[in-house]
Design a protein around this ligand. Structure first.
Ligand SMILES: [Zn+2]
Length: 439
């Protein structure tokens, strides 16, 4: 059996009865975020290290704000913050202007510039299993309140929410409930995360494909059917350019507008990752692929001397490392559902070895994305070369020859990959021309 998680969105039927406690919990989640954020920044300034979520928990579990939410809900806020700091930490190496996670509040000033009022947004509140009681028959959940909100002797221990999902949806094996505030409608809604078990699917076949993740081409895929596909990262690059420019216009990097932009950017990235993963998985199924090798980034982050190295001329990998990790997770999940195994293999030397003759050359010429081998006179797309070496799992091959293409195999496809560009409305569309990648 294979475990999968599904998230169902649900309307709250007794909204007027629960809006007040949900508001309080949403505000308390923002306040806890701010306290933990302040603490993390102090720690960072004093020691140069960012506390992880368990450090934060040790530090803050007796704090008044921690008691505003059920303990597991408070832990989730700290996890989110630690994730945001980690992501910033990765980005700042490449972009010194990257801002650390902001505070969740808005200040109002009078004409003399004195702060007269402070407002917290309603953050998403997550309940995990210990904080949930599920009444399946009546479509109700009891969500545990924070200790602080239970102090009044007549106060209920939990918020009783009646929900309504789309028709035909069964909410079973509830693992997590997220209360999400929609500013546009002024209403809360629930996201119900359920565990589902499905029959372990049968692999579509015994073929192996290889994926090389990169910056110019976000993904290059090589199939044993002598096919190669390129997925340029233009969309991500354009978004990055656009949102950086918009951030620069924000007066307050932690303010409402900046927060909204961050959210939008992150949604667009997630959408890109999901549609890309879906596109590749569908093609794997059609080609009888049972295993996909994905280049393991650890091998790229460090070279033999243990020093981190630059990714060609395209800047530091750290900026992209988290994007690759995130995509790989999404892809692995979608592949698993189809019975396809995803294996991370070493990327060492995959970019400097010719996938046709196996010759390794440190000074390999790569011009305008073309890999040129002087040994066998091949010239083909450099990212496709990497993907094919990853497909053949160069570093695991016991005999040297197995890492090399069959002599009979044609090599034309290596030079002529199909290119798919992402379009927000229609998904991935094949392009006539190879997109030129300028370093
Ligand atoms: Zn060669």
């Amino acid at each position: 059996m294979l475990e999968v998680h599904r998230t169902h969105r649900a309307k709250i039927r007794n909204h007027s009865q629960v809006v007040e406690p949900l508001d309080r919990h949403g505000w308390d989640a923002s306040k806890l975020w701010n306290v933990a954020n302040y603490h993390s920044r102090e720690e960072w300034e004093e020691t140069g290290e960012i506390p992880d979520h368990s450090d934060l928990k040790d530090e803050l579990k007796t704090h008044n704000k921690y008691k505003g939410l059920h303990s597991q809900s408070s832990q989730r806020v700290l996890e989110e913050l630690a994730e945001a700091f980690n992501s910033w930490y990765g980005k700042r190496k490449a972009d010194g202007r990257a801002n650390p996670p902001g505070y969740r509040k808005k200040n109002y000033y009078d004409s003399q510039g004195r702060r007269v009022h402070e407002e917290h947004p309603r953050s998403t509140v997550t309940w995990k299993q210990n904080g949930i009681k599920h009444d399946i028959k009546n479509n109700r959940v009891c969500l545990s309140k924070g200790a602080k909100h239970k102090e009044h002797p007549k106060a209920w221990e939990y918020i009783l929410v009646e929900y309504e999902t789309r028709p035909g949806v069964t909410v079973e094996n509830l693992q997590q409930v997220r209360a999400v505030y929609d500013k546009a409608t002024g209403r809360w809604e629930l996201h119900l995360v359920c565990k589902d078990e499905i029959e372990t699917p049968t692999a579509p076949g015994i073929e192996t494909a290889g994926i090389d993740l990169g910056i110019c081409n976000f993904a290059a895929v090589a199939y044993s059917t002598e096919e190669a596909n390129l997925y340029p990262g233009n969309r991500l690059k354009q978004d990055s350019y656009y949102f950086q420019k918009e951030f620069a216009k924000c007066d307050d990097p932690g303010g409402e507008r900046a927060t909204r932009l961050h959210k939008k950017w992150s949604e667009r990235r997630t959408h890109f990752f999901h549609s890309l993963a879906k596109h590749i998985v569908e093609r794997c199924v059609a080609r009888g692929v049972g295993r996909v090798n994905v280049g393991n980034l650890a091998g790229v982050r460090e070279d033999e001397s243990g020093e981190s190295k630059n990714w060609g001329n395209h800047g530091n990998l750290d900026l992209h490392g988290w994007a690759f990790d995130r995509f790989t997770k999404i892809f692995t999940y979608k592949a698993k559902v189809e019975g396809i195994e995803v294996v991370e293999v070493s990327e060492r030397d995959t970019s400097k070895t010719c996938c046709v003759c196996g010759k390794e050359d440190d000074n390999q010429r790569v011009e305008r994305g073309l890999y040129v081998c002087e040994e066998c006179d091949s010239a083909f797309n450099a990212d496709v070369n990497g993907a094919e070496n990853i497909r053949l799992d160069l570093n695991q091959s016991n005999s040297e020859s197995s890492a090399i293409l069959d002599e009979d195999r044609s090599t034309g496809w290596l030079a002529q990959p199909a290119v798919y560009l992402h379009d927000l409305s229609s998904g991935f569309q094949p392009q006539e021309q190879v997109v030129d990648c300028k370093p």
